[in-house]
Ligand binder design. Sequence first.
Ligand code: SF4
Length: 362
Amino acid sequence: MNRPHREGLPATAAIRALREPLLRWYRRHRRDLPWRRTRDPYAIWVSEAMLQQTQVATVLPYYARFLDRFPDLFALAEATDDEVLARWSGLGYYRRASALRDGARAVVKHHGGAIPEDPALLLALPGIGRYTAGAVASLAFGREEPVLDGNVKRVFARLFALEDTSSAAATRRLWAIAAALVKGPDPGGLNQAVMELGATVCTPRAPRCADCPVSRRCAARAADRPEAYPEPRRTGTSVGVRVGVAVVERAGSILMERRRPDGALRGSWDLPSAEADGKRDAADALAWALSKRYGLRLRLGALSTSCTHAILQKRLRLEVFRGRSASRRALPEGLRWVPLADLDAVPVSGATRKVLRAVGLV
Ligand code: SF4
């Protein structure tokens, strides 16, 4: 059993003793996922980009559709923002999509289209951080490169009874554990084994220690306090925000607004919206924003429906106001009429998709 380590690095022997049971368990119990059936670095890179902050079950259909449309790096490198975002629409964190495409372009430009094996070269690509570089290098190329994501941190924190997983010193220590563990045969399998253990057995709440291949070596289990590690981070509470959303139709089309290029949802199209503030409720804020941004004076009905949506540190209450337009005038820059039949091909945020579902348009 590993002794608790409040500081310093656990003994290398204690780390390396985890390899065999982890690999054996992974070979028997791993989930059969499409990105595990390939060594194609491009497909693995796409899967890693999609899996950041996103559940496997959510990613599966997006992954298949994305690779269907962009089967190789060259196809992705040639794609426009709109084309990429259309296949990413609904998956959230849209910067990942643009960064992936920018990364593909850099590989074409600097490496002749061949994704490099060297993690230092991978790290130099747009959108690739230390985790993704380690994942692509180990999973696709069999390099002994570590990975560290939320699941891996939690597993290590429990195995070695580490309370702190967030400070700079703790992060260095966790990377060092991952680096010591990955050295040896099948580094890609080993990295995936730890991530899989965190995703399916050593879960944040109610870990299934009885099914864990390394339970005999786990300090948190020995102390009978697996959920005490790592110590929960004190996060700021999320803020509730009311948002007015306009659903305006015109002859089988719907009014949409392009998101600002600097926002988290850059390049996507969404229903026009505005946040209520101390001066204006959601309806007034919406009317005011449409008038100020576009000089539009739309006649919107009473509150039609509402739904909730969580994003970053905000809990949004989306209050939906519907309207119709018969105007034939050209729309100002930043607005467009999108035919309802084309909605599936337009990149929209999760919040917009939720509203469209709530009013029965998708
Ligand atoms: Fe996690 Fe329990 Fe396994 Fe320890 S024994 S690594 S707490 S599942």
